[in-house]
Design a protein around this ligand. Structure first.
Ligand code: FEO
Ligand code: CA
Ligand code: CA
Length: 559
């Protein structure tokens, strides 16, 4: 068995970072650290407590508020527009969050990365895109600049004092990365004649590297600078984006749709071309015993694909091969121009294959999936879970979670077995699974992403589920496998970016796009988080409380 327990634990869920924890699958693989322990001998008492834990879920709600079940509470860490230093403010529509402590022995002081995926123009630039459809003609340069400033990401130092997480304002680490920030490419061939690209956008979910840097993924990039669309004859045309930024900034679409790595210490970033170009939702890494990297990443669009990159050198996201999943036959297909004749006859070189990844994947026979979003590795079983959010064009309204088992449990295997882990729908009480996170005991937490214009519509498929929510699926005890609603989002909002603090006592969570369906400033659908100007504001909150601590009992006894 090639499991490396130490490395695996370092990637546990979205918490990890050196927390000591023994889980059954990991200890049974015979790859123990210098002081081997077994799950049974260490955690019998806490396993018993976990099994006895009784969870009280919330009922579906359409209330415009962030509601939490008994045993949980929250405080806001940072919201849109808050100052991080004398020159910069926190961006809009926060999604992925990732917290890295400065010192693994002090989990209460470190750097928080937050993605800013896109903007609601009405709130950010004052442009009402619901009334003015032609943003390309009507938006001013000043409005575009405001919007470009509010996407990308934020690095901010946060500290916990007296149980409350607070931003350390003006800390030298505090930085913004925006759609104006120059970013290098990690590739030897220029992309559209450039080795430095201007900006990042559509930063949805992400990941963390074994060398403790952040990964931020460019998802719906075509909204901002459009897309180059090819027909069967190979002729192409430009399809414009919806934000009208192109009128003032003529940046090629090929500069976006990549996985971007950010160094938390100095805010420098690079785009990883080898991981392909498409609507990357996330990028989930596993470090092999020889320090080569396996990276899983999904393309969140109807009928798009699941990918994995396997590096050929230690700690590299450049040297290696990108594969795409043939789910029906359980094969990873190499997007390798040199060794795939069909790619050689359709593309000029490997760089073109990577720029036009979606087309290359289809030529190889990749399986069309129903919007692959977040991906997590189960720390107990080693299974890879992939959220398939929905595919309305195929009458899949509620989505499901796909389970991938790599052959022999080896992450660089080229074959796998796929099966359904759990289906969305009324029977399981959730619809449209999106972000996933395992806590330190191996319980699965899941957010949902029903779109704002479909939620709570009379007689619509999403009516029974009411507002988007955060759910937990306990691993142990009488509630094991049940889907329990623990947090309900404000109106129109989506809960995103769940990330556990290293001690498992805080769950960082984004509240994204509250009030997004508002027609104008006089008819706001949400006023969350209820500040005096009443304008709804995306924010990152810290969820704490007895329930989270109890769910992480295993960690408590280990630490
Ligand atoms: Fe930005 Fe696929 O969610
Ligand atoms: Ca998402
Ligand atoms: Ca989403």
């Amino acid at each position: 068995m090639e499991y490396n327990r130490r490395k695996f634990v370092a990637f546990l869920g979205k918490a990890g970072l050196g927390i000591a924890l023994i889980l059954p699958y990991l200890t049974s693989c015979g790859n123990n650290t210098s002081s081997p322990k077994t799950a049974e001998s260490i955690s019998a008492e806490n396993l018993k407590r976990l099994k006895e834990l009784s969870l009280e879920g919330l009922l579906p709600s359409n209330k415009d508020d962030l509601l939490l079940t008994k045993g949980l509470n929250y405080h806001t860490i940072i919201k849109w527009g808050d100052r991080i230093n004398d020159k910069d403010t926190f961006g809009f529509n926060n999604d992925f969050t990732c917290f890295i402590p400065f010192d693994k022995n002090n989990p209460y002081d470190g750097l928080l990365w937050v993605n800013h995926e896109y903007v609601t123009s009405l709130f950010v630039s004052g442009f009402n895109s619901k009334k003015n459809k032609d943003s390309l003609q009507l938006k001013t340069k000043e409005q575009v600049n405001k919007e470009m400033y509010n996407v990308g990401g934020t690095i901010v130092r946060i500290k916990q004092e007296n149980g409350l997480w607070k931003v350390v304002e003006n800390d030298p680490h505090n930085k913004r990365i925006t759609a104006h920030t120059p970013i290098e490419i990690n590739w030897d061939t220029p992309i559209k004649e450039k080795t430095t690209i201007i900006g990042t956008n559509s930063n949805c979910s992400g990941g963390i590297t074994p060398w403790n840097t952040f990964l931020t993924c460019e998802e719906n990039y075509d909204s901002f600078f459009g897309e180059t669309v090819y027909d069967k004859e190979g002729t192409y045309k430009h399809k414009p984006g919806i934000y009208g930024w192109e009128k003032f900034y003529n940046y090629p679409p090929e500069h976006y749709g990549w996985v971007v790595e950010v160094n938390p210490k100095n805010g420098t970033a690079k785009k990883h071309i080898a991981l392909g170009r498409f609507a990357h939702e996330c990028c989930t890494l596993y470090e092999l015993p020889d320090q080569r990297i396996v990276a899983y990443t999904g393309d969140d669009a109807n009928d798009e694909h699941l990918y994995k990159f396997i590096s050929s050198k230690p700690s590299s996201l450049k040297e290696g091969t990108l594969y795409v999943a043939d789910v029906e036959n359980g094969n990873w297909l190499a997007l390798d121009w040199e060794n795939q004749p069909i790619l050689k006859s359709n593309f000029k070189n490997q760089t073109e294959v990577l720029i036009r990844t979606r087309e290359a994947a289809k030529l190889l026979g990749a399986t069309a999936l129903n919007r692959p979003e977040d991906i997590e590795i189960d720390p107990v079983t080693g299974n890879i879970l992939v959220s398939l959010t929905n595919n309305k064009s195929k009458n899949d309204y509620h989505g499901s979670i796909l389970k991938i088992e790599e052959s022999n449990g080896v992450f660089d295997a080229l074959t796998f077995k796929a099966s359904n882990y759990m289906a969305g729908g009324e029977e399981n009480g959730f619809s449209c699974p999106d972000n996933l996170a395992f806590d330190l005991s191996g319980n699965l937490w899941m957010t949902t992403d029903m779109s704002g214009n479909a939620m709570n519509k009379e007689n619509g498929p999403y009516m029974p589920f009411k507002n988007n929510s955060l759910f937990v699926i306990p691993r142990y005890g009488k509630d094991a496998g049940k889907v329990i609603r623990v947090v309900s989002a404000p109106t129109d909002a989506e809960l995103t970016g769940p990330w556990f603090a290293p001690d498992g006592k805080t769950l960082f969570l984004s509240v994204q796009h509250p009030g997004e369906q508002s027609k104008d400033l006089e008819n706001l659908t949400s006023k969350w988080p209820f500040y005096t100007d009443n304008i709804p504001k995306p924010a990152v909150v810290a969820i704490t409380g007895d329930l989270i601590e109890k769910m992480n009992y295993l960690n408590k006894i280990e630490s």
